[in-house]
Write a protein that binds this ligand. Structure first.
Ligand SMILES: Nc1ncnc2c1ncn2[C@@H]1O[C@H](COP(=O)(O)OP(=O)(O)OP(=O)(O)O)[C@@H](O)[C@H]1O
Ligand SMILES: [Mg+2]
Length: 158
């Protein structure tokens, strides 16, 4: 994480309010301004970033530097548990410690390179994933979190 200048968490209380959409749009917007951007999906049980970015079926490669993100643009790398699941239709049912272990690996073992921004798309609520990411990032500094909200009517319409 020493090579990452800014880390931004995208959170919400409720599900389906547009976190992943916003994370993806924010990442593309920053990348279009020529920043080097990483998009990290820590929604372990419901990773939607690969599908949202048209990256389904891509495989993560491993090198001596670590896991390589999937690059959607030359300056926008993406990492998600969705790239690691053999069957995208199968449910991921993991206890907290296993989720925490993977989130730690996403931060430590991924070769993010020099990044201006790391955008972290979280699952809904305030659960294991949120506690882990905040604890792990606290040592290196988090710039802030963006809370996504949506009027109930829009949420139901979706
Ligand atoms: N600003 C918006 N206005 C209307 N619909 C939106 C908006 N942003 C996202 N949506 C739609 O809402 C649905 C949920 O969006 P998204 O998957 O980004 O939410 P999420 O908060 O990441 O969900 P989850 O909690 O399951 O991770 C999608 O169908 C998306 O197209
Ligand atoms: Mg989401």
């Amino acid at each position: 994480m020493a090579t990452v200048k800014h880390k931004i968490l995208i959170l919400s209380g409720k599900g389906g309010v547009g976190k992943s959409t916003f994370s993806a749009q924010l990442s593309f917007a920053l990348a279009s301004l020529d920043f080097q951007v990483g998009l990290l999906d820590i929604d372990i049980c419901g990773p939607s970033i690969p599908k949202m970015l048209g990256l389904e079926g891509q495989d993560i490669h491993q090198s001596n530097l670590g896991w390589s993100p999937i690059y959607v643009e030359s300056n926008l790398g993406v990492m998600s548990v969705g790239f690691m699941l053999p069957n995208p239709d199968e449910a991921v049912i993991w206890r907290g410690p296993r989720k925490n272990g993977l989130i730690k690996q996403f931060l430590k073992d991924v070769h993010w390179g020099e990044l201006d921004f790391l955008v972290v798309d979280a699952p809904p609520g305030t659960s294991d994933e949120h506690i882990s990411i905040v604890q792990f990032l606290q040592a290196t500094g988090i710039d802030g979190a963006i809370i996504v909200t949506t009027p109930q009517q829009v949420r139901v319409a979706n």
